[in-house]
Design a protein around this ligand. Sequence first.
Ligand SMILES: *Cc1c(COP(=O)(O)O)cnc(C)c1O
Length: 390
Amino acid sequence: MSDPFQLAQRLQERREQHLYRQRRLLESAQQAHIQCDGRALLNFCSNDYLGLAHHPRVITAAQQAMEQFGFGSGASHLVIGHSRVHHELEERLADWVGCQRALLFSTGYMANVGVISALVERGDTVLEDKLNHASLLDGAQLSRGQLQRYHHNDVSSLQQRLMQASGRTLVVTDSVFSMDGDVAPLQDISSLCQQHNAWLMVDDAHGLGVLGGGRGCLAEYGFTSQQVPIYMGTLGKALGTFGAFVAGDEPLIEYLIQSARSYIYTTAMPPSVAAATLASLDLLNAEQWRVEKLRQLIAYFKQGANQLGLPMMPSATAIQPLLLHDSEAALRVSDALLRKGFLVGAIRPPTVPANSARLRITLSADHSERDIDQLLDALSEASPKNTKII
Ligand SMILES: *Cc1c(COP(=O)(O)O)cnc(C)c1O
């Protein structure tokens, strides 16, 4: 067969560079103790930070909504796919993060691409942190504005670019970086944006449910819509469901409804997904212990990892990466952990910069201290010192 794109060769190169990716088969609900590829495993790689993805109340809410609204939404929001339960979720989300309005998107990827490409036009500038999520970079590419990336969490690098920017300027950053776990200097970034009359968009995919008592980075820092005009949160991570939303002042949301193509030209999420998210918001608020327990487990893990002298990256969030640099080393350690029954993601380029392969350990309120003790034991046996990686 002809292969004008040389796929076979490109796949082989990936294999040789230890960059080939494979999917595992999950055979249970998403939770701490899972069944995967025919084995019982302890899961340290999901983003279900509060253990809500399998909660019975979330499941019941989805079932009840299916009884009332059926399963499929049947159309886009602007045609006839926008149900009462979607609308109620938008109102609850806006209220919860402290914004005037919120707008549901089917995924976080689509929210990011939709917002940036709707606001920014040819001649405008988008300034992004080098380590921003791929969807934020893709949104800027699609917008035809000029994309410039500043050094990671480096306010002076941002300032330099702000001084040279032409046209209207949008500054975009993750709050909690998805592969690093560190938090952007949001207060400094926000002040700089205000000084330069630029708008700031914050992607809080890994902050919502974790920072600000669960309400995310706006609550954590007490930001107003003047300080953070565009807020994006995802529902598929700490909230345990699916989808995303953008929050801000009324004109922003109305403008996005008119012009964000990934909002307009796609089918609305099933109403049962919105109902499940309402239930998960209720749980998060009524059972604040989840957010608190996650905080305690993070501290517990960090203390144990430090005692073992593991090369952890500096992070105070649920994402605790162990830096191994080399892709082959990352694979080797994650395979060693897997043999002991622990599932930890080996994150390699191009998801992270060259020579910064790592294990991305994620913690959840669904874990117990015992789970973490067991992981630490396994890490100390499989870690760099013992496998002569560094
Ligand atoms: C996961 C993620 C997204 C995408 O959200 P989905 O709902 O999974 O499409 C966007 N930004 C960041 C920082 C993420 O981690």
